[in-house]
Write a protein that binds this ligand. Structure first.
Ligand code: SF4
Ligand code: SF4
Length: 364
């Protein structure tokens, strides 16, 4: 049975102190022998968003973990491969506060890459950061948020950041649908499951995450040795049965973790009125219909917010975005929503109303 901790981050104390106390609770329940060992701390650095956006792991929580590990004699490094094609992860990490949180131990994970046999039907190999493969221990630090394609992004999805730089876009192309991409994520997770997962829920993101949903203070940290189980508990807090999420059910089928047999330490409360992505449907029949609709849903651009920066175009896996001067989506879109995820202005919207409308037609 997998043990998962849900702990409170005391709102009555300064966040740095409260985060430190919560992190101490995590390590008391889930100890790691770290002295003299290389420990990679892997936060979510999806893009250059400030901490209050809730898109990246809170720097005070990461800083508390780094301090704990350094005090116990670990050889700590902190790093991630940011979303999109950005390969200078320090550049991306600075506005998130995570460069400072690394206490001078930030590492550009894209600097050394190794091709690793994938054992996947989608690709022969994964180009992974060498540091991921060579670290003695990996501490995974995702955040509590939704995801347009996979419904939630937590411990398993955060390991997509093992993949170096631009290769992530190519993998999206090889496994474009929700089911296929979920399978590919499980293929990747299996190569190097982290040793401990500390999921930052100081601020939760609901709605159309992982970058432009809306935030709500949650004040929790979830943790465990089993990342699938931690994700399953997060799903339940979001009001979702984890068995209905393809990402988690595939991971469980492959023996990568538990979604049901969980020994919970702490109180699990469903967050009232938590808003899931507009792409989510709950029953298998609804999900099948929604998947049909999602696969034909195209992102739309809000020209009033768009600055014409071109970030969406260079990060579109099949390169079907043309700037004129704002983005125009041409034939060949695979509905991966990477453009919506990586637009710094939140100018690309996934038309949830359109999905709901189409969905209504199917069932009427
Ligand atoms: S939609 Fe966003 S990413 Fe694309 S050009 Fe406009 S502002 Fe840049
Ligand atoms: S236009 Fe957007 S949703 Fe379509 S393939 Fe490109 S990045 Fe993905």
């Amino acid at each position: 049975m997998a043990r998962v901790l849900i702990t409170e981050v005391d709102p009555g104390r300064p966040l740095g102190l409260a985060a430190r106390a919560a992190v101490e609770q995590v390590f008391a329940l889930f100890p790691l022998a770290v002295e003299g060992r290389r420990v990679l701390v892997k936060p979510n650095i999806i893009g250059p968003f400030p901490p209050e956006a809730g898109a990246t792991t809170n720097p005070l929580v990461v800083g508390a973990v780094v301090d704990h590990l350094l005090e116990r004699g670990a050889d700590v490094v902190v790093g991630d491969n940011p979303g999109g094609l950005e390969v200078n992860s320090a550049h991306t990490a600075r506005p998130t506060g995570l460069l400072d949180a690394a206490r001078g131990r930030f590492l550009n994970l894209s600097r050394e890459v190794a091709e690793v046999p994938a054992g996947s039907r989608f690709t022969d190999s994964f180009p992974l950061s060498r540091e991921v493969l060579e670290a003695d221990l990996v501490v995974n630090m995702p955040c509590f948020k939704t995801h347009l394609l996979t419904t939630l992004t937590g411990c398993v999805k955060n390991c997509f950041g093992y993949v170096a730089g631009a290769a992530k876009a190519a993998l999206h192309l090889k496994a474009p649908s929700r089911n296929r991409f979920s399978e590919l994520l499980a293929d990747l997770y299996r190569i190097r499951p982290p040793d401990l997962h500390i999921l930052d829920g100081v601020l939760a993101m609901e709605g159309n995450g992982p970058t432009h949903g809306t935030t709500r203070p949650l004040g929790k940290i979830l943790a465990g040795y089993d990342g699938v189980a931690v994700d399953a508990v997060m799903a339940r807090m979001m009001g979702v049965d984890p068995a209905t999420l393809r990402l988690l059910s595939i991971a469980a089928e492959r023996g990568l973790g538990e979604v049901e047999a969980i020994d919970l330490v702490g109180r699990l409360e469903v967050i009232p009125g938590f808003r899931l992505p507009s792409t989510f449907r709950s029953s298998p029949l609804e999900m099948a219909a929604a998947l049909m609709t999602i696969s034909t849903t195209r992102p739309r651009v809000n020209p009033e917010r768009c600055t014409g920066c071109g970030e969406c175009a260079v990060n579109c896996p099949p390169r079907v975005i043309r700037l004129d001067p704002h983005p125009v989506v041409e034939d060949g879109c695979i509905s991966c929503f990477c453009c919506a995820e990586l637009c710094p202005e939140g100018a690309i919207v996934v038309p949830g109303d359109a999905i709901a409308g189409e969905f209504g037609k199917i069932f009427s």
